[in-house]
Design a protein around this ligand. Structure first.
Ligand SMILES: C[S@@+](CC[C@H](N)C(=O)[O-])C[C@H]1O[C@@H](n2cnc3c(N)ncnc32)[C@H](O)[C@@H]1O
Length: 248
């Protein structure tokens, strides 16, 4: 995979949308997602507060957080996903989005909270993961929470070495990230299914200690680590609640 990361995501969204599929990722109707965000917003008094969502995709969390009364800003590397999210959020005056590479770019201003829903695990190299977490950390006000929802997780057997490239990761995992695979996705018109041909995209699972170490290295305090039930979105995942501690 020599081409830049973002092209693979952009291509996948384009394939999904041009096949007439409703969406690829999370829906605002996902009950577990909705309940998790609702509790998180209430516990942290985030109504009326500024929340940044990294890797926002097609805007499911943007809808939920706007309905819950938050001031929302979503960023994603894929222009097609951002276009779709922009339309979806049109009716919420406090919601904005922008195309941004969360590894290489930082957002303007400071936020009261940050969210990542299946975004962090898509970064496989140690360097990209660290750069992203540092960006997210510095976008937050002191003592602000960040929520990582449904990140790829294994109890054990994860790779503990340093990964320096996607090519190396493909060798380590033995996964094929090139061949197109058939996936069934819901149709936007009648709710039936359409076939989409897309390659598997690289993702990196961690065990509990692996995640905790990564967050603590940046300065985040890990407050809660929840193993999630199997879902249609991902078989094995964890939801992790962290908070910005003292500036490093
Ligand atoms: C598994 S999808 C999750 C999307 C959405 N959060 C959801 O749950 O439906 C991963 C998302 O990460 C985005 N992404 C990957 N690398 C990124 C980067 N470097 N900067 C910003 N977004 C990125 C992709 O475009 C994609 O929308």
């Amino acid at each position: 995979m020599k081409e830049p990361y973002y092209k693979a995501y952009e291509k996948r969204y384009q394939a999904v949308f041009s096949a007439g599929a409703k969406r690829w990722g999370h829906s605002p109707d996902d009950e577990v997602l909705y309940n998790t965000l609702k509790s998180w917003v209430e516990e942290n008094n985030l109504q009326g507060k500024r929340i940044i969502e990294y890797a926002c995709g097609e805007g499911a969390c943007g809808v939920i957080l706007s309905e819950l009364g938050c001031i929302y800003h979503g960023v994603d590397i894929s222009p097609s996903a951002i276009e779709k999210t922009k339309k979806l959020l049109e009716k919420y005056p406090n919601a904005t989005v922008e195309v941004l590479d969360m590894v290489k770019e930082s957002v303007k201003g400071k936020y009261d909270a940050a969210l990542d829903c299946m975004g962090f695990h898509m970064l496989v190299t140690d360097k990209d993961r660290e750069l992203y977490l540092k960006n997210a950390y510095s976008a937050l006000k002191e003592n602000s929470p960040m929520l990582f929802f449904r990140e790829s997780y294994r109890k054990d057997g994860t790779y503990h070495g340093i990964v320096i490239s996607v090519e190396e990761w493909a060798q380590i995992t033995g996964e094929d990230y090139k061949t197109l695979q058939s996936r069934q996705v819901k149709n936007s018109h009648d709710g039936g299914v359409v076939e989409v041909l897309v390659p598997l995209l690289p993702a990196r699972a961690r065990d509990k200690n692996g995640y905790i170490k990564e967050f603590e290295n940046i300065g985040f305090k890990v407050e809660k680590f929840i193993e999630m039930d199997v879902s249609t979105a991902i078989p094995h995942s964890a939801t992790i609640y962290v908070r910005k501690g003292k500036i490093k």
